[in-house]
Write a protein that binds this ligand. Structure first.
Ligand code: ADP
Ligand code: MG
Length: 156
């Protein structure tokens, strides 16, 4: 049974994202699944802020991949929305591979749609709307760094 965290509003979700984002390192992949309106983009805003992004992430609905920078180094934060993608092959043609090869982190919404294009080592998070402002985040860390991130969150 993995870590489960329940939040009670968008601010709490962003704060959770921020705590996770602080622990993200170059090469990390965060794979988010969950229905429309579950809170994936909300969590991503926190992830980006915790990581140190200069700009505020918006939903990459029209571009597929949004790229963010931070001041302290040349790393990148890639925010991918796979909602419109049919399959993993689609993702490759749209630049996911380049993002995965670059120095930085890759965060994917609707990750289950392009599972085959993602590395085995990733922090999978399923987001569920429990009604009202309540959201449940179920963590499934795959690989040693993802496990370390979750162990750190559990300790705190
Ligand atoms: P997704 O990217 O999964 O489609 P969004 O993050 O864009 O979802 O939207 C989530 C919506 O749910 C927002 O309108 C937000 O205000 C609302 N909301 C209510 N409670 C929460 C919560 N606990 N966490 C995140 N979002 C919440
Ligand atoms: Mg979204």
């Amino acid at each position: 049974m993995g870590l489960v965290i329940v939040t009670h509003g968008p601010e709490e979700t962003e704060q959770l994202g921020e705590r996770l984002g602080k622990r993200l390192q170059s090469g990390d992949v965060v794979a988010l699944s969950g229905e429309l309106g579950a809170g994936k983009t909300c969590l991503v805003r926190g992830l980006a802020r915790g990581w140190g992004a200069v700009d505020h992430p918006t939903s990459p609905t029209f571009t597929l991949i949004n790229e963010y920078r931070r001041e302290r180094d040349s790393q990148r934060f890639y925010h991918v929305d796979a909602y419109r993608l049919a399959d993993a092959r689609d993702a490759q043609t749209l630049g996911l591979e380049d993002a995965l090869d670059a120095a930085g982190v890759v965060v994917v919404e609707w990750a289950e749609r392009i599972r085959g294009a993602l590395p085995d080592a990733a922090l999978w998070i399923e987001v569920e709307d429990l009604g009202g402002d309540v959201r449940r985040f179920c963590f499934d860390p795959r690989g040693s760094h993802a496990e370390k991130i979750i162990a750190g969150i559990e300790e705190a």
